[in-house]
Design a protein around this ligand. Sequence first.
Ligand code: ATP
Ligand code: MG
Length: 420
Amino acid sequence: MATFQAPKGTYDLIPPVSVKYLAVREAIAAPLRNSGYGYIETPGFEDVGLFARGVGESTDIVSKEMYAFETKGGDQLALRPEGTASVLRAALEASLHKKGNLPVKLWYSGSYYRYEKPQKGRYRHFSQVGAEAIGAEDPALDAELIILADQAYRSLGLRNFRILLNSLGDKECRPVYREALQSFLSGLDLDEETVRRAEINPLRVLDDKRTDVQKQLVGAPALRDYLCDACKAYHEEVRTLVTAAGVAFEDDEKLVRGLDYYTRTTFEFVHDGLGSQSAVGGGGRYDGLSEMIGGPALPSVGWALGVDRTVLALEAEGIDLGIPAATSVFAVALGEEARRVLFGKVTELRRAGVAADFSYGGKGLKGSMKDANRSGARLTVVAGERDLAEGVVQLKDMESGEQAPVALADLVDAVRARLA
Ligand code: ATP
Ligand code: MG
């Protein structure tokens, strides 16, 4: 018989490591929930055209990494490679932008799929938590998102990350720069694919990670020198607000990011302990995206933080999140009658809000105590026929090893008092 393995480029989240992923998602979500962002969930797949138009045909994501397929009904769909296009599509579809109160602020958490060359920190199925502020052009929003991501990483104890910041200009000034860059690029010795990229989206050539390309890019015209006054002022305001919040960043004029839809503010969070997969998150302003997917003009800004790489960053910094054991009380019953009674007590404890577990599988005392130890519970309740005849159970403190009888009827109160 064949045995199956997780598909190439994927991995399973299993206990005890999986609790870290939950903790990371929670740590990223908490500052968003606390700042007016509402939770949104969209399907795992969308019309392929949404990404082709939204993310951009010339991007690696669409041209190489997308899981696109035709359904039995003939629909052209793709597993979502990122969150922003879907969230904006959903917001437009629900007319959230017409119900007043712009910006619409949303956060999400989920799985994303890219057909990439698998390596540490780069998978075909990965997890992101993201945030989008839709429908307002306000530098304070850009600043808010940068500050909230910083807060999320810091709440996890991360310190060795850096924030890279840039402005990509807007539809006034970027075309001028684009032309200047294009004419610079046309003088370089580039492979066919890169030449094509330079024609479609020359800014993305700046993002090329290959050293032979990077070498040739020395002396390329700098976007900074082409920004219009409005973009300059906007960017200065973002920088001022982020600085005033005590959040350090580095200006990085080469930062263009891999998606076509960005305008003005772009930023990336990089961690120095991750080798070449160093980006733990990124985002920026995408004032043109709504119109690109058929909506009205809705200037917006957002980010997505990678959960997998954030967990790797925690490991790189040797951070122990100090997550308490899930189980507080573990019940060990010896004999049929004790099983019935203690199982009932476990149910009672759970209903009282105490995290309780039970030794299943009819093990003896030794095996059951091993289970109790493994569970990490602070207290163990042990009962055999003799205890029950006396109307008691033995309550054991797993740290001190102390054990004392407690009247069966008082067990729930006694446990709560001990755990308080
Ligand atoms: P990279 O340059 O490393 O490919 P990206 O620019 O493609 O990253 P984004 O699309 O901005 O990444 O996604 C935001 C975050 O999601 C990244 O910073 C990263 O933490 C995470 N991420 C992206 N692709 C992957 C992947 N294949 N595996 C794991 N995490 C990923
Ligand atoms: Mg990528």
